[in-house]
Design a protein around this ligand. Structure first.
Ligand code: ZN
Ligand code: ZN
Length: 415
């Protein structure tokens, strides 16, 4: 293996002083603490337990809305959505009267620390489960960037690697499967073992967590398989950090049916027409959540009505927070030009939607588990190595999940 660059680099005001060891950060999509705890309690995650004991495990606060692309973008930039600009899969451009999909790096307003690390001589590999994230995560980055979903299509010219399936030793998995996430970890293991990369970002997908509760055998088996790959990663001597993009909660009524508040419909009933609700969780992968999460934004034609609507909405059962644009921009760290007149968050067991016809509940695999709001904001950060003194102090304050590269690179004591 060629030598590992220790040249420091800076991205978005944060300077990284990388150790002469491989660095791996894993985004454990949708891994609420309950999943780890259920698996550890049943001795299904010995390697994660070992990391927690020998390294570090603590709580960190994610970015809002607690969605996948928002937090993945925060993790690779080290900054909140107010700075990097990605605040969901969709936003509504009022001046153009267009609902715009934000999955392209052209909407990114900050550079990634991955691109900066590559410029400093680190050999990068980004592996994501879903193809939709690849463009943002690998923006202007030299190195390997593949998705599990489209692994078979990778070429050296476009993805930094030929014959990815052969290198990884596994076929391209179906996207709605445990294997979609396991492929990502297996790719990381293969790249490290074969000396193809020394600075890795591995981003899983949360189909399993949307579908199964923490104590379900399907979940336990999934986390056990994740743990096996963690063992392989640890064996390479890499410094490893793992944090979820968000947690996951059941969003159901007592009878088990989805607990949905259709915000556009109830607003029209109360105030008449003139409302547009955007569900920024909406994406082409609807099977696992029906485009329902605990966060929506509301555009109101008559701007004079904003205070009255805010007051009324904030009193509806199931709704926990309603902010006007400027307050949301500050308090929730949002880019003011890509949110609505109001931002609405719902309770732990409640999702907010637009109107019934926008959400295909029949596509769900049995139950509704989702995220997006405040109750999926707090997640874990688990590191393979102990924290140095300065970062132990930071960890005791208000650390964010998107500080994880900073913690792994600058904050650990490598042995
Ligand atoms: Zn996610
Ligand atoms: Zn999800």
């Amino acid at each position: 293996m060629s030598t590992i660059s220790t040249q420091s680099f800076t991205a978005n005001g944060i300077t990284y002083n990388p150790p002469p060891k491989p660095v791996v950060v894993i985004c454990m999509d949708g891994s609420a603490d309950e999943y780890y705890n259920a698996a550890i309690a049943r001795d299904r995650m010995p390697n994660l337990k070992k990391m927690s004991v020998q390294g570090y495990r603590g709580s960190v606060r994610g970015a809002l809305p607690s969605f996948t692309n928002v937090n993945n973008t925060s993790i690779v930039t080290g900054v909140p959505p107010s700075v990097h600009g990605i605040c969901g899969n969709f936003f509504y451009d009022e001046t153009k009267d267009e609902e715009v999909m934000m999955n392209s790096s052209s909407y990114l307003r900050a550079e990634t620390l991955l691109a900066a690390a590559a410029r400093a001589g680190r050999r990068l590999a980004v592996v994501t489960a879903k193809e939709k994230l690849r463009d943002i995560l690998s923006c202007k980055m030299k190195g390997i960037a593949i998705s599990a979903e489209k692994a078979s299509q990778a070429t050296a010219a476009t993805h930094g690697i030929d014959h990815a399936e052969v290198v990884v030793g596994h076929k391209t998995p179906p996207i709605y499967s445990a294997d979609a996430s396991l492929f990502v970890l297996r790719a990381g293991v293969a790249f490290l073992q074969k000396g193809l990369a020394d600075f890795l970002y591995l981003s899983l997908t949360d189909y399993m967590q949307h579908t199964y509760a923490p104590e379900a055998e399907e979940s336990l088996a999934f986390y056990e398989a994740i743990d096996t790959e963690l063992g392989h990663l640890l064996a390479t001597g890499a410094i490893i950090g793992a944090t979820p993009d968000h947690g996951m909660n059941a969003k159901i009524k007592e009878d088990g049916t989805p607990n949905v508040l259709f915000v556009e419909a109830i607003l029209e009933q109360q105030f008449g027409s003139g409302f547009r609700v955007i569900c920024p969780i909406t994406d082409p992968y609807v099977k696992h959540h029906g485009a329902l999460g605990s966060y929506v934004v509301v555009h109101i034609n008559d701007k004079n009505k904003i205070p009255e609507v805010q007051k009324w909405l904030s009193r509806q059962p199931g709704i926990t927070e309603v902010y006007d644009r400027q307050t949301a921009a500050t308090l929730l760290e949002q880019p003011a030009d890509r949110i609505g007149d109001l931002v609405v968050l719902s309770g732990k067991d409640v999702v907010v939607g637009r109107r019934p016809q926008y959400h295909d509940l029949s596509a769900l695999d049995g139950t509704l588990r989702s995220h997006g709001g405040r109750y999926e904001e707090m997640v874990s950060m688990i590191l393979s190595h102990p924290l140095n003194q300065a970062y132990a102090v930071k960890a005791a304050r208000d650390p964010r999940n998107f500080n994880i590269f900073d913690f792994v690179v600058n904050g650990t004591v490598a042995q």
